[in-house]
Design a protein around this ligand. Structure first.
Ligand code: SF4
Length: 354
């Protein structure tokens, strides 16, 4: 994190603090927040924060939005909710859909008058992955690397396909948590004992405002077994959650570490050995799945994003919806998490057959 980012992060944290204090939010660590607020009140940085808040209020009061060109800020650090308003739909083979294209190279191509991937000159400097994507888009065919088989050979049956859903509250809710810690509230696991075997499915979804972590862990440890690869899509996330769980529940540390060691990252394998024009530059499960498994997609699902899952779960546990709606939302959460682990099963079948 560079100094600028660190300062921005600090400033952001303080804005959050101000925000919650203004709301008079009844959080368990209220006294601590007040103490912190007292310490921060006179800090130089807070003057700047207040100044920025004033500027932002002025902008919000304007009749028309400011004239800002869409760019990296639209998706970084999170996708802006107005993304579809400011970013006009572009063709699948637009240069913006090359994986990891830097803003400078994007601009260079625009200056050359190149809008489509197929029009990028052969001698234009691209990374290995971008070159591969360029070729796939040009010939309209997917690419499966020669070393894919070796990568898949690293899998040990039984396979456990595992996915967690979490919420990262700014204010810690339960013992041992820090601001923005991922608090796990749901998991889904599909188990396959041997290649082609019928799948078993297990799941957990916390139901109320009580601390979800103990039951999340207890139920997971019951189904995860002691041997076999545990497949995750971007294993760093699940591994990070497990690391937190080990700190919160040291009694289970050895068991949790054993699970971390069995994690096998399907995203890393796809990223290194596969490309399909339908990925459109992204290796997210939402993009990769329909490209490689056309009869499966997240389109039309009531819950189709992890961030949405957290918000819906909050509504359910805080009783913000009636019983019928609660039942429907709960079902939608279960369907979503199950879809993530089934998607990994089906993806792996495609890769094994490629
Ligand atoms: S999408 Fe959001 S971040 Fe991007 S230009 Fe529009 S308002 Fe700004």
């Amino acid at each position: 994190m560079d100094a600028h980012t660190a300062q921005a992060q600090e400033m952001y944290d303080r804005i959050c603090l101000e925000f919650f204090l203004e709301l008079d939010s009844p959080v368990p660590s209220w006294e601590l927040l007040q103490e912190l607020h007292g310490q921060l009140k006179d800090a130089e940085l807070m003057k700047e924060v207040r100044e920025r808040i004033r500027e932002q209020r002025k902008v919000l009061a304007q009749a028309k939005p400011p004239d800002i060109e869409a760019g990296r800020q639209c998706t970084n650090p999170v996708t802006c909710e107005f993304y579809g308003v400011c970013n006009k739909p572009r063709p699948e083979d637009h240069i913006g859909n090359l994986p990891g294209l830097s803003a400078q190279k994007f601009q260079k191509l625009k200056d050359l008058g190149v809008e489509l991937i197929g029009d990028i000159p052969r001698n234009f400097a691209l990374t290995k992955r971008q070159k591969r994507a360029w070729e796939c888009v040009k010939n309209g065919r997917p690419w499966f690397g020669k070393e894919l088989k070796d990568a898949l050979a690293g899998l040990n049956y039984p396979l456990y396909f595992m996915d967690f859903e979490t919420l990262a509250p700014a204010l810690p809710r339960f013992g041992g948590m820090r601001p923005y810690d991922q608090m796990p509230f749901q998991w889904s696991v599909h188990i396959q004992q041997e290649p082609g075997a019928v799948l078993e499915h297990h799941e957990f979804l916390a139901d109320n405002t009580a601390d979800p972590r103990p039951e999340f862990l207890r139920s997971l440890l019951q189904v995860i077994g002691r041997k076999g690869s545990i497949v995750a899509y971007s294993k760093g996330f699940e591994s990070g959650c497990l690391k937190n769980l080990a700190q919160w529940f040291p009694k289970h540390e050895a068991q949790i570490k054993a699970i971390q060691e069995r994690l096998w990252d399907l995203l890393a394998v796809v990223r290194a050995h596969v490309y399909h024009p339908g990925f459109m530059g992204s290796f997210s499960l939402k993009r990769v799945l329909p490209a490689l498994v056309p009869d499966m997609s997240y389109e039309g699902m009531e819950v189709s994003e992890g961030s949405e899952a957290g918000l819906i779960w909050e509504k359910i546990i805080h009783g913000q919806v009636d019983a019928a709606e609660r039942k429907r939302m709960r079902e939608a959460l279960l369907v979503y998490c199950k879809q993530d682990t089934l998607a990994m099963v089906r993806l792996l079948e495609v890769l094994a057959g490629a």
